[in-house]
Ligand binder design. Sequence first.
Ligand SMILES: Nc1ncnc2c1ncn2[C@@H]1O[C@H](COP(=O)(O)OP(=O)(O)OP(=O)(O)O)[C@@H](O)[C@H]1O
Length: 253
Amino acid sequence: MKNEKVFSIKDLHISYGSEKVIKGVDIDIDRKGVIAIIGPSGCGKSTFLKSLNRMIDTIPSAKVEGSIKYRGNDINSDNLEVVNLRKQVGMVFQKPNPFPKSIYDNVAFGPRLHGVRDKATLDEIVEESLKGAALWDEVKDKVKKSAFSLSGGQQQRLCIARALAVKPEVLLMDEPCSALDPIATTKVEELIKKLSKDYTIIIVTHNMQQAARISNKAAFFLNGEIIEYSDTERMFTNPEDKRTEDYITGRFG
Ligand SMILES: Nc1ncnc2c1ncn2[C@@H]1O[C@H](COP(=O)(O)OP(=O)(O)OP(=O)(O)O)[C@@H](O)[C@H]1O
């Protein structure tokens, strides 16, 4: 494929009112694989992530300047359809947030929103998405039951299935395992690794072991700037910057 870059970001600045949170970020993100966004609390990781599918628009005080290109198109240009951008660039949040609906209706929600009405087609998308999120075997006999009847880890995989149902290219994940127990975390990590063969996954994590286990590349943020962006293995074995080393070895954060 010609354009291997999914995102190309130049001189990105984001502020909330007078507080500057992202201060001149440049980063290119390639197709497929897992990119971990790491850095201490408050350094702007979630803000950066939310800017990539314009979820940041929901915060009135937020102001975004600079260029974010998704597949070569400026996502902040007036003629870009946000609904289409969010179809391509899905999001999974820290706490599982299924809708108060059945398992089936949670997954069918996005496709219905985009106009799919045919029952057989919806059935197929729901099954495929639940299989993609490694949840199908656990729920196939009870898809009409409430999403709230699932465990926390299952709910998070349901949210991943819901994101997959509209066939995105990119998944943004903001600490998707922080509310999960170790077993559910392992399952979601395995799922992320599996999905990274077909999707580009950009994940914010506080967990350095998790970043090392699942990501191909890592970007270290500090005070709204990217200090280092490299292959994860390299960053974790031979970081270029002393501040990166101090952070990943737990000297601060
Ligand atoms: N909705 C908001 N309104 C005003 N300020 C905000 C808002 N969201 C975040 N901030 C501020 O922006 C800064 C960066 O926050 P952000 O959540 O992006 O950091 P983070 O690196 O993801 O932190 P954490 O790891 O603790 O989640 C913080 O100082 C925070 O207080």
